[in-house]
Design a protein around this ligand. Structure first.
Ligand code: 9D3
Length: 255
């Protein structure tokens, strides 16, 4: 699938595509990323892409006309019967979730707009943008890192990008909860007071008991840190009787 990225900083993307486990997805063009420099579509004589906001106030606004020219160039180049969705990254967007990542990974790609400054002329958004996405409640300096986050999340869903061990994780029962803790060698990590041992159950060889322990750990961690995720799992019927029993043990008074 193809992603066209509109940005003033295309060089921020280059390094990401040549490293790590997602490299395969980009090099094989399973995820084909094309970078478009917004400055190339700026207003003459100095290729202006931003100006001051009507009504006053701090910061600059990305101009609708250069953005429209960039979008037209991309739409012409893509020449698709069904136009790809235009995604704008904005602090005012809806929070990016794995469900949206999955939907975009299953489609024919998208056009990603990485804004800078205070944002984009609202008339361009109203006419052309299909979806606005945020990556969380903290302030970044532009949409490039959010776009990279989305592309990375899509790349790792491509067939063959991750090992077999991880592919079943997608359809696992534990989806939608925080992960359980993981341990590896040594069995006892040296330190003051005698050291820290790996939880005994993980050395027991009892695979059913280990799976139950991991599930219980995930449930308790999720209850503590992300009650919103646990409530969603409960209301969507993703908790078993054993899950509910574990959560009841956690909240019941200790005897
Ligand atoms: C004073 C109002 N600010 C909004 C919180 C202005 C503003 C700050 C930072 C406008 C744009 C930006 C740049 N941020 C993004 O482009 C952005 C973003 C983010 O800052 N946080 C989380 N997700 C995203 S997606 C795009």
């Amino acid at each position: 699938m193809r992603f066209d990225v509109i940005t003033l900083f295309p060089e921020l993307f280059e390094a990401h595509f040549v490293h790590g486990v997602t490299r395969r997805a980009f090099e094989s063009h399973q995820v084909d990323v094309r970078l478009w420099q917004l400055r190339d579509f700026g207003d003459p004589p100095h290729a202006r892409v931003d100006d001051r906001p009507y009504g006053g106030g701090p910061g600059m606004v990305l101009l609708a006309e250069p953005l429209t020219r960039a979008l037209e160039a991309i739409r012409t180049d893509r020449a698709e019967p069904v136009p790809a969705p235009l995604v704008n990254f904005s602090p005012a967007g809806r929070p990016l979730k794995q469900a949206t990542v999955g939907e975009l990974a299953a489609g024919g790609g998208a056009i990603l707009l990485c804004a800078r400054y205070e944002g984009v002329d609202q008339r361009f958004i109203d006419r052309h943008v299909d979806i606005e996405l945020s990556v969380g409640d903290y302030v970044l300096s532009g949409g490039e890192i959010p776009a990279l986050a989305l592309l990375d999340a899509i790349a790792r869903l491509q067939p063959g990008v991750l090992g077999d061990a991880r592919s079943h994780e997608q359809d696992s029962f534990s989806e939608g909860l925080l992960d359980c803790p993981h341990y590896s060698r040594p069995e006892v990590l040296a330190g003051a007071g005698g050291g820290d041992a790996v939880p005994e159950i993980l050395l027991s060889g009892n695979h059913a008991a280990i799976e139950r322990w991991r599930r219980d750990q995930a449930l308790m961690l999720t209850a503590e840190r992300r009650p919103d995720l646990l409530a969603a799992a409960e209301s969507e019927g993703r908790l078993s009787t054993a899950d509910r029993a574990q959560l009841a043990r956690r909240t019941s008074p200790k005897l």
